[in-house]
Design a protein around this ligand. Structure first.
Ligand code: ATP
Ligand code: MG
Length: 335
């Protein structure tokens, strides 16, 4: 039976790309009645740069609140933070010994995040995709809803599963399928149409945060980088206009419609007309979520309770899978 797993790092406030590319899809899959497991991947959050402990704790609870405010129901989905389920780390180590250096060297996210000076990057950042494979395969998950940028990591997960199965002569880990769907699988920075929108981008103006108020959202969209031309009359006209294409994609995803439909309505319009319409739509869709988030954040103890309960349920699923893995590998288990 299909089982869905995905995660988000508590590195900062959730940004619009996370919502449109990931969370919205998480909620749909839950509501379609699939078995869904959604994680706050705090172990991954400390790989790229030092996280101030109080901020990490706050971001973890805020991400839980964002999930729930977006429609994730802890009674239907398993919702938890990664570090409370040690099976992730246990399987991650085994996968560190299955994955090859050459495979990791091809990971574009490592190159992006390590920057020019890879010598200064943490070992954890390098091993990140191997831990991500463990996150998924500790549950024998088959479907992984993610944004476009995570496709390579999900493919690596398949390679790790295949090599493990081959090396040990078993049919144990399933093939995982990345689910990359919708109008906004790669939302771009508002300051640079060639760079993906990211929570951890140093420029706050590059993204819309789920915690931004209406004025901030309107201001960021008004200041978003664009070319001086009006919107084209057909979607083909967006081909070499990354900034315009991005704003049209965002509009389509927020409205739950297609790019063609947006161009049918706004083709020929100036940004002076389109941007305020986009800002209004964004506020209309995001304000209820951020209001509900701040309400939930008033009771952090309740959030912790939900995460603890989710972690217990997650561990119940992962524990027998890890026990079987240890058995396959040949580790003596005598207690
Ligand atoms: P960081 O900068 O810390 O890596 P991030 O914004 O990239 O943060 P992640 O926690 O790495 O967020 O990713 C969470 C999910 O959001 C993943 O499924 C990822 O593919 C998706 N995602 C991230 N950025 C975008 C984006 N710009 N457009 C669409 N999906 C995105
Ligand atoms: Mg990321």
């Amino acid at each position: 039976t299909p089982r869905v797993f995905s995660g988000i790092q508590p590195t900062n406030h959730l940004q619009l790309g996370n919502y449109l590319g990931a969370v919205k899809r998480f909620v749909q899959m839950q509501d379609e009645g699939m078995e869904t497991i959604y994680c706050i991947v705090d172990l991954h959050a400390i790989t790229a740069s030092f996280q101030e402990p109080a901020k990490l704790r706050h971001a973890t609870r805020e991400l839980a609140a964002a999930y729930i405010a977006s429609g994730l129901d802890p009674a239907k989905s398993i919702l938890f933070n990664q570090s409370q389920v040690p099976q992730h780390t246990e399987l991650g180590w085994i996968f560190n010994c299955v994955a090859r250096m050459g495979w990791m060297n091809r990971m574009t996210q490592f190159k992006d995040k390590a920057g020019k000076n890879a010598e200064k990057a943490s070992l954890g950042l390098y091993a990140y995709p191997s831990l991500m494979a463990a996150d998924i395969l500790a549950y024998h998950a088959t479907h992984v809803p993610v944004g476009e940028d995570q496709k390579q990591h999900v493919e690596l997960t398949r390679d790790i599963a295949a090599k493990f199965n081959h090396d040990y002569g078993v049919e144990f880990f399933p093939e995982t399928q990345p689910i990359i769907e919708g109008a906004a699988t790669r939302v771009m920075s508002l300051r640079d149409g060639t760079k993906k929108m990211s929570k951890s981008d140093p420029s706050d103006a590059s993204r819309i945060n789920l915690t931004d108020d209406a004025d901030t959202i309107a201001k960021k969209i008004r200041k978003a980088k664009t070319d001086p031309e009006p919107l084209p009359e057909t979607t083909d006209g967006l081909a070499d206009r990354p900034e315009a294409r991005n704003l049209v994609n965002i509009y389509a995803a927020l409205a739950g419609t297609t790019r063609d439909a947006v161009i049918a309505e706004y083709g020929g319009a100036q940004f002076g007309t389109f941007k305020p319409a986009l800002a209004e739509l964004a506020v209309e869709k995001l304000a209820p979520i951020s209001t509900e988030m701040s309400r939930l954040m008033d009771d952090p103890a309740e959030i912790d309770r939900i995460l603890g309960e989710g972690a217990e349920r997650a561990a119940n699923v992962a524990e027998p899978i890890i026990a079987k893995t240890y058995d396959i590998v040949g580790f003596v288990r005598s207690r």
